[in-house]
Design a binder for this molecule. Structure first.
Ligand code: SAH
Ligand code: SF4
Length: 394
């Protein structure tokens, strides 16, 4: 049977959209490019190097958005910089807060495409869930993001911009090693990060830079649905923690719910996990497992999961995610008893298998619920156009 949904990526890359005022946004540029831009604008090599270092510190350590605040740069140079450069932020269309404290932002890119980010506060830490694409090409059947029609890669500035905005919103400037609310980042928002590898890597390099946002790679997790050919590079070139959206232990079920499985099967995926650089008992690979009623939640599934993890000798933990429903979703959430039983089986085999409490469900901020209103808007747009046409017909 042909299962609906395409599995091939359609990464639509795009050059950074030029600002209408012609100024260059420095956020998201690597240090070298900031230096090169200053040189191209007329500074000599030595000065460009020094200014690039200072500006970098102001942007990422202090959170400055105006050159006028950069007190170690000569005042006379502020207007010159201001004329040519800008320190931007994504446009916020909507900001929501859940009854459990989870916050969600709807952001809009200059080409009018929308994407979302979510902040999840906990007692001892706070996690920012960052998007890597507008929509997702992968169409996992339980994921709302996969149903979005429009897909494009987010640029490096758009990815870094999410972290900058969150820091603004939390009032967390200057960057401090201790006492932060934003302690962790997960690449688990909209999109498949390994289909946007270069931009995600470049963005995370900026986020990890010691003289800036300075988040340790141990506090960053990249989640993939299983883009096997990119996993080794992710380990080598980014080096963050790996999470893998496994969700099923048989070919039949995983083919149905995570269609990329038809391209890269479970065994291949688990081998790539075993080969993932840097994975060990102190830094285990997380397997995400969404609990779908009568689909992937049986005792046999739990035992098979244990067998597979053992077979590949994986330093693993399993995150059990109760399915977060969305309108028209083709699955139900497993009962709490079933989820607990599944967790117990895995746990009894010596593998940690906590059940994740869904966060921010009331504002559609929970895993897999992210889907912007772009389609609803375009419907409204269509209605408006239809009305205009009718009016014109008189
Ligand atoms: N594309 C990447 C990262 C984003 S999804 C990936 O798939 O790994 C983050 C996690 O939420 C993934 O494990 C995803 O499978 C899970 N998820 C998607 N839809 C969900 C839903 N409706 N309920 C619970 N978890 C969901
Ligand atoms: Fe894309 Fe991940 Fe959603 Fe699958 S679960 S459709 S890979 S965002």
């Amino acid at each position: 049977m042909q299962i609906p949904g395409h599995i091939d990526p359609v990464p639509v890359s795009r050059d950074t959209v030029a600002r209408a005022d012609g100024r260059l946004d420095l956020v998201g540029l690597p240090r070298d490019e900031i230096r090169a831009a200053l040189e191209a604008a007329g500074l000599d090599v030595r000065q460009a190097k020094l200014r690039a270092k200072q500006i970098w510190h102001w942007i990422y350590n202090r959170g400055a958005t105006r050159f006028a605040d950069m007190t170690d740069i000569a005042k006379a140079q502020h207007p010159w910089l201001e004329e040519r450069f800008v320190i931007g932020r994504p446009e916020v269309v909507e900001a929501q807060v859940s009854t459990d404290g989870t916050r969600k932002w709807l952001l809009r890119a200059p080409d009018a495409q929308d994407y979302e980010m979510v902040f999840i506060p906990d007692a001892d830490r706070g996690t920012l869930c960052v998007s890597s694409q507008v929509g997702c090409t992968l169409n996992c059947r339980f994921c709302h993001t996969g149903t979005m029609r429009l897909v494009r890669n987010l640029t490096t500035p758009e990815i870094v911009g999410q972290v900058m905005l969150a820091r603004d919103a939390l009032g967390e400037w200057p960057s401090q090693p201790e006492g932060r609310m934003l302690t962790n980042i997960v690449m688990m928002g909209m999109g498949e990060p390994l289909y946007n590898f270069d931009n995600v890597r470049d963005a995370l390099k900026i986020v990890m830079d010691g003289d800036g946002l300075a988040l340790s790679k141990r506090r960053i997790t990249l989640s993939t649905s299983g883009v096997v050919p990119m996993m080794a590079r992710a380990g080598q070139e980014i080096g963050v923690n790996l999470a893998v959206s496994l969700h099923a232990v048989t070919k039949e079920v995983r083919d149905e719910i995570v269609p990329i499985n038809r391209k890269y099967g479970i065994e291949e995926l688990l081998q790539a996990c075993a080969d993932y650089p840097g994975a060990n008992n102190a830094r285990r690979i997380t397997f995400e497992y969404v609990m779908l009623k009568d689909k992937n939640d049986s005792d046999a599934d739990a035992h098979e999961l244990v067998r597979l993890i053992r077979k590949y000798k994986l330093p693993a933990k399993v995150n059990l995610i109760p399915f977060n429903p969305w309108p028209g979703a083709p699955y139900d959430t497993s009962t709490p008893e079933r989820v607990q039983r599944f967790s117990d089986i895995v746990f009894q085999a010596g593998i940690s298998a906590p059940v994740r409490t869904p966060r921010g469900r009331d504002i559609d901020a929970a895993c897999g619920q992210l889907k912007t209103s772009a389609e609803r808007k375009s419907r409204a747009e269509l209605d408006r156009l239809a009305e205009e046409k009718l009016a014109a017909l008189g």
